[in-house]
Design a protein around this ligand. Structure first.
Ligand code: F6R
Length: 364
């Protein structure tokens, strides 16, 4: 059942090219996005003034990445909330807005409660859900299924990757209908999205280097992940993967926030992972890496092929293929998933069933 892999998590990490392919294939037909299966019409996108994304855990991190893409590409203001906060803060929802609930299981108690609250307030809800027929799928007004297939490992990987695709599709479709991008850009974005499965595969093919590095850092006490913009969203997910299965304390910081307090924790030998996939922010994050290095941090840099000057600063560098910068999250997350996985294996932990965690959190 593990298909020759030692753990479900490693199997599911390797299923990502197919999961992403299947999710794109479900909604992109003959060079155009077709949302007829979801119930979302062009009129909904045309009149859309605001999007509220609500989710928990990794799905929340997808929402943070989705916000950058939707705001920048489609010009729609997006708020992202943890479901457990949203449901208790009496949120003010503006007219002509869409509430998007992201959930792999479709059974997460807080996400379901957030969905019900939004509906009570008279707002339509789009569920981005992996499990067909689950509670969130049944109660949503519109439903965009992800096609990751069954996910067994408690730590999500392939479902996360398909949720990202859902965000890209929503952003590209909204951008097109709102006239923010022309036909050429639209076609170019969809073509680039279509290359993600093979680029994820290419990233997976480099896994031995990550395995080597992970075994070297398996005894780390603290790890910091830093990035800006979309790279901050990737950092949050990389940090969660690390802590939940390897039990190493880790934190994700918006790189610019470090000097507002956290940098005092940086001392000799601490591992800092810098994520730098966005060219406009590359130099900024690099300068934060220089700062932590001068305080003794050991640096891993994660960037795209071509940015070889990162090696002047980073002690260990990992490269992922270039793609449209809106989509790099899909590639950059892979080495971080692998890192969490291999640290957990090196420590002899129960990778697929980490302590205290359940696959589906049906109580609040
Ligand atoms: C982390 C992880 C969790 C889930 C969260 C939401 O690897 O899997 O953080 O993302 O519990 O679960 P769903 O998506 O089922 O609502």
């Amino acid at each position: 059942e593990k298909g020759g892999y030692e753990h479900f998590m490693l199997k599911e990490i390797h299923e990502q090219p197919k999961a992403v392919q299947d999710t794109i294939g479900a909604y992109v037909h003959e060079g155009a996005i077709d949302f007829s299966e979801t119930g979302l019409s062009d009129e909904i996108f045309a009149g859309l003034k605001r999007v509220y994304i609500v989710a928990c855990g990794s799905a929340y991190h997808v929402g943070i990445a989705g916000r950058y893409v939707m705001e920048s590409l489609a010009g729609i203001p997006v708020e992202v909330d943890l479901a457990s906060e949203f449901r208790y803060r009496d949120p003010i929802l503006e007219p002509d807005s869409l509430v998007v609930v992201i959930s792999q299981s479709g059974e997460t108690a807080d996400s379901l409660a957030a969905l019900r609250l939004a509906k009570e307030k008279g707002h339509p809800v789009l569920g981005v859900v992996n499990v067909v027929g689950s509670s969130i799928a049944r109660e949503s007004d519109y439903i965009l299924y992800t096609y990751a297939g069954p996910e067994i490992s408690v730590a999500t990987t392939k479902a996360y990757s398909t949720q990202l695709i859902a965000m890209y599709l929503l952003a590209v479709q909204a951008a097109k209908i709102k006239g923010k991008i022309d036909d050429e850009r639209y076609a170019g974005l969809l073509a680039e999205m279509g290359t993600l499965p093979e680029k994820i595969q290419k990233t997976l093919d480099d896994k031995e280097r990550i395995q080597w590095f992970a075994s070297k850092y398996a005894n780390a006490k603290d790890i910091f992940f830093i990035g800006r913009g979309i790279d901050y969203a990737i950092s949050m997910e990389g940090s969660l993967k690390m802590k939940e299965i390897s039990y190493i304390h880790s934190e994700a910081y918006a790189a610019g926030e470090l000097k507002h307090g956290t940098i005092s924790l940086v001392e000799d030998g601490i591992l800092v992972v810098g994520v730098l996939t966005q060219s406009a922010l590359f130099e900024k994050t690099l300068s934060n890496m220089v700062e932590v290095k001068s305080r003794g941090a050991y640096l891993m840099g994660l960037t795209t092929y071509g940015n070889y000057n990162i090696e002047d600063t980073a002690d260990f560098s990992v490269y992922v293929p270039k793609t449209d910068e809106y989509f790099t999250t899909s590639l950059a997350i892979v080495p971080l998933q692998l890192m969490g996985y291999y640290v957990s294996v090196a420590k002899g932990l129960d990778v697929d069933k980490p302590r205290n965690l359940a696959k589906s959190v049906t109580v609040e």
